[in-house]
Design a protein around this ligand. Structure first.
Ligand code: M6R
Length: 610
């Protein structure tokens, strides 16, 4: 996830900006850069890789000046490289940007027709050109030109802008990506996250969507996209630097659970056509030929990504009516798996570096199968080996237990299933439109669920002494039961089993007694009646029932000891929601037990060994 820092004051800006960027390192990045106004002109220094590379570049080309902007880039448009690193400059205007410009293709084409040549593959450079054009066309100030440019832009952004002609101003703007303005001593700062400015001030304004701020030493004025002045309240932040890195949360895992609405929104952004009920193939790494030319789909993954793949399989078979198989990376790599040239293999891996999944990809590729990678890390090993890549835009996940990458993988897999269904003529535009509309509603529904976290915590407090927990679910809820069990065991070290509810009678029912907590996923979907039957069987054997149920399902009060409520949602998007209380449940159990939630024993974030 990219980071922004801006400084305008009386001290040399470059070290302050690089220090601010360092405070954002936890977000992950692949390149960095700064633009400094030395009073006469803007100078830019950029470098691939870590901030020490930028430090080194700055020792070769020291930048003087007390005004500047800086950026750490996590590649989305265009591969990680020095040319694609920010700031981008056009006509004396330097821009750093977080977010995604949805209509970048149209704008790029339009600018090219006006004779503009681009020096990067980024969507950000387009903004620099648009602002420069607005200034050429008569805009009097940088803020006016930025406003004119942003009126053309669709998508999400946080921006900081410098202009040659205005050595005493920075313009900052926000729409969909966070941006704070900090009040220093005789100085103003801006940053994409609180830690970026916290060493210089605790007094901040949080810009709102559609705000543009003009910063000069000791002064900040804010206006809307229409040019109307607005006031935003100044807040005092009392966080310690460590708390700031975690966004005020106790652990990265809890922060990342709360980042899921944004991770889903970003993963879907600019990839769906709601009006025509479709998904843009080029945005998800697929072509119509790949979609119609495959005779079967094969998904490979490990751990949590494998659970996402299991749900992906159900979606693909339901919507695209193509046989879809799911297998663990390690099993695929180590047995005589049979692949065909007309197979489409989808490799799901948050890190893109998992050894076992790579092994499976190699095997399928050698047999001539086409490979689609779903990964959160641009240019990681699996995308590099694949014919197409679909990046989840969850931002870096620091907690070893995967949460936001899981739900972002689900959003990505649903996009793939809809695309396959549309190209293979098994899904009407109307039905696809309904599903995609439901997908865009998930972030708000997730926020509703997250608001109920205190109740989930109270239930968790009663589970901390459990030695075993059973998770049950049917249909789309079965892989979520597996995921709930994995989350609990990996961070709380409580033995947990996920089972298909229909399999309970084939064995696990023998475990049930008054000492066993049983988490049952029983939302109102096609499997409801059957799962309710299983729930009653658990209850009849004195099991402790914790039900995940849909709001308004009054019958649950008679059968469950605890109920974690779901908002009503489309049956296909339900798994993205039902997993949230399970993530919270395991988090609160582990946190109460005082365990190292973000780095559980024996586990690594990226498993690059067999
Ligand atoms: O990076 P990947 O998605 O390929 O990682 C796969 C698993 O190692 C990973 O999901 C693991 O199971 C996590 N600890 C789950 O929280």
């Amino acid at each position: 996830m990219c980071g922004i820092v801006g400084y305008i004051g009386s001290e040399t800006a470059a070290p302050i900006i690089v220090d601010g960027l360092r405070k954002l390192e936890y977000r992950g990045y692949d390149s960095a850069g700064v633009a400094i106004h030395d009073g006469g002109k803007i100078e830019v220094v950029r470098a691939m890789g870590k901030l020490r590379a930028l430090d080194e570049a700055l020792t070769h080309k020291p930048l003087e000046g007390t005004v500047g902007i800086g950026h750490t880039r996590w590649a989305t448009h265009g591969r990680p490289s020095e040319e694609n690193a920010h700031p981008h400059v056009a006509g004396g205007v330097a821009v750093v940007h977080n977010g995604i410009i949805e209509n970048h293709t149209t704008l790029r084409h339009e600018l090219q027709q006006k004779g503009v040549t681009f020096s990067s593959d980024t969507d950000t450079e387009i903004v620099a050109h648009l602002i420069a054009h607005a200034l050429e066309d008569g805009a009097k100030t940088l803020i006016e030109a930025t406003r004119t440019a942003l009126q053309r832009v669709e998508g999400a952004y946080a921006l900081a802008v410098l202009w040659d002609e205005h050595p005493d101003k920075i313009v900052a703007a926000r729409h969909g990506s966070p941006l704070v303005v900090g009040f220093g001593e005789e100085a103003m700062l801006c940053g994409s996250d609180i830690p970026a400015v916290l060493s210089h001030t605790r007094d901040m304004i949080f810009l709102e969507d559609g705000d543009l701020a003009e910063l000069s030493p000791g002064k900040c004025s804010i206006q809307t996209l229409k040019g109307n002045p607005v006031e935003r309240p100044k807040k005092r932040i009392d966080w310690s630097p460590v708390m700031a890195e975690k966004g005020g949360y106790k652990h990265f895992m809890l922060k990342e659970i709360h980042e899921q609405p944004d991770a889903i929104a970003q993963t879907v952004l600019a990839r769906v056509d709601l009006e025509h009920g479709d998904v843009f193939g080029e945005e998800i790494g697929l072509t119509p030929e790949l979609a119609t030319g495959c005779r079967r789909v094969y998904i490979v993954a490990c751990g949590t990504s494998h659970h996402a793949g299991q749900i992906g399989r159900y979606w693909i078979e339901e919507l695209a009516k193509v046989p879809c198989f799911i297998e663990l990376g390690s099993e695929t790599a180590n047995r005589d798996t049979v692949f065909f040239e007309d197979d489409l293999l989808i490799a799901v891996s948050q890190s893109g570096e998992t050894f076992d999944t790579i092994g499976a990809v190699k095997k399928a590729k050698a047999a001539g199968a086409k490979i689609l990678a779903i990964s959160n890390v641009m240019d990681s090993a699996i995308p590099r080996m694949s014919h197409g890549s679909l990046y989840t835009r969850a931002g870096p996940e620091i907690g070893v237990a995967s949460t936001k990458c899981f739900t972002a993988q689900l959003a990505a897999l649903l996009l793939v299933a809809v695309y396959l269904g549309r190209r293979r003529d098994t899904l009407t535009a109307e039905h696809a439109g309904e599903i995609l509309q439901a997908l865009t509603e998930v972030p708000a529904q997730m926020n509703e669920l997250l608001d109920d976290r205190d109740y989930v915590r109270s239930v968790a407090m009663q589970m901390t002494h459990a030695t075993d927990v059973l998770f049950l679910g049917r249909g789309y809820s079965f892989p979520i039961a597996l995921e709930g069990a994995l989350k609990l065991k990996e961070i709380s070290y409580i033995h947990a089993e996920g089972y298909a509810a229909g399999e309970m009678k084939h064995g696990p029912i023998a475990l049930i007694d008054e000492g066993l907590p049983v988490v049952i996923l029983c939302p109102k979907d096609d499997s409801y009646d059957k799962t309710l039957g299983n729930l009653n069987e658990v209850r009849a054997r004195d099991g402790q029932v914790i039900a995940i149920a849909t709001k308004g399902d009054e019958a649950m009060h008679d059968v469950a000891h605890h109920i974690l409520w779901m908002p009503e949602a489309h049956p296909l998007t339900l798994p993205m929601l039902t997993v949230v209380p399970l993530q919270l449940l395991s988090y609160y159990v582990a946190s109460k037990k005082g365990l190292d939630v973000d780095q559980p024993r024996n586990l690594a974030k990226t498993v690059t060994v067999e």
